[in-house]
Write a protein that binds this ligand. Sequence first.
Ligand code: AMP
Ligand code: ZN
Length: 534
Amino acid sequence: MELKLYNTLTRTKEAFRPLDPARVRMYVCGPTVYDFAHIGNARPLIVFDVLFRLLCHLYGTKHVRYVRNITDVDDKINMRALEEYPKLPLNKAIRKITIKTEAQFHKDVAALRCLRPTVEPRATMHIKEMKSLIGLLIKAKRAYVFKSHVLFKVKGLRGYGKLSHRTLSEMRKGARGEVAPKRNPMDFVLWKPSKVGEPAWPSPARIKKQGRPGWHIECSAMSWKYLGETFDIHGGGIDLVFPHHENELAQSRCAFHTPIMAQVWMHNGFLQVEGEKMSKSLGNFVTIRELLADWPGPAIRLAMLMTHYTQPINWTGQKLGEAHQELHKWSALYGARFFGSLQVHGRKNGAIDLLPPSLELVDALRDDLNTPQAIHHLRQLFQKIEQGDIWLVDQHYSDAHYLGLTDQLTSQRYALFGQAGGSVTPAVAAFAVKAVDKLRVRLINSLSNRDIIKEIKNIGLDVALDDRGYFSLSERNDCTGTILEKIRRLVEERAQARRNKDWTTADRIRDELATLGIAPKDTAEGTPTWTITR
Ligand code: AMP
Ligand code: ZN
């Protein structure tokens, strides 16, 4: 089966034929780094990451080039810098904003299990290429200088509007947002003068005032530099079709006198939160960073991939919870394989070697990235495993791994922390989970099964895993020297101090417990109890 992709330009699902199969090239518009990425921004990141993985599988990793830019020069960045650091010189404030936002962005995408693109160019490092492009457009009489600006002349350009399927009057309305002196309201900015203190570079076309690039020219310049005059796939969210992509397309084909810029234009549908457009004023604006505080990245990824990328998504807490449950169910099995409690005949014990992805999975993705179908396949495979075909666990793991939904640490973590049971109180189990979790963060790359189990024993618990990967915690008979024993002792001493009306000692012990994240609960009589505060 061949790869088919929906092309916004032709509005049909087409067979994908790369211009050069030895160099498959994809460009996706990246973030403007002025604010933390929100859950809507996560969608193109995840969708095009799946496509990148698929292309690497079909053509070989060495033959695929994926470019996703970082826009670090933009009016929105300047505005945010002024707001947040009004006392700093503007350029310094801008650097603070862009460095902070970019660092968080990289943490977010890594947690969502997105692979690093082949190249991640920053706009400000490519001013030279933007100016060359502007030069080519002026030479081609597609651009003109007007009041220290350079503008792209839309009038008379055949094919303008073909990507967004818009009429001239619709485009005129859409172009109104841009304030700049123009000969024709349809024209758009390629270069504009900078105000004092704003980021500024020597201007092209003998304009005396220093200036900075418009947004659209950035992507044309960076895709040109890293992918060439024409390439295979250009992606982004549906909101970018007009004006951004329409204008990128116009710039590139006029500068290089080519009929196309990219062969296939792909756009992900929009995401709404709990049925409403996401916005700060509605209070439903969710950043990836906030979500990651409560949910594992793979759960967010699975929830996102449950909807086909061209469809709108209604993002709900319920959907995320369901994805989390499902991953937990799967991971219990993978964990059992990694921990060695589930043995599969003919396969290594205590490890899973990655197998090539199943044909069903690859076929689903080849059909215009049909991720709901890919997940359906994983569910069916899981059903077979539940019915007794346990040797399919390694294939299930490999397929989920291929989609970026799991890895060894993720599955161990889910297997261990998702289910706590046995003869401990929920408070103790939760405590164990938190303590081990902290350790895991510290040793993120080196935590072995033995470390996890040792840490659980340190707390004063025993852990046992069954061959389905469900584990039970039980209190160790002898818990001398463990954290649990210390907590018990302190809680008991405090209760005694209170009985003696020695409030100073009681308060001191309360403070000491607080540093362990424990709050003693005062009971009139009987055994003193405690809860966890963090
Ligand atoms: P921006 O930083 O606003 O340029 O957005 C970065 C990427 O996220 C672009 O590809 C947008 O199309 C995409 N995007 C922004 N908001 C949403 C949303 N609510 N749903 C889906 N994609 C979005
Ligand atoms: Zn772009």
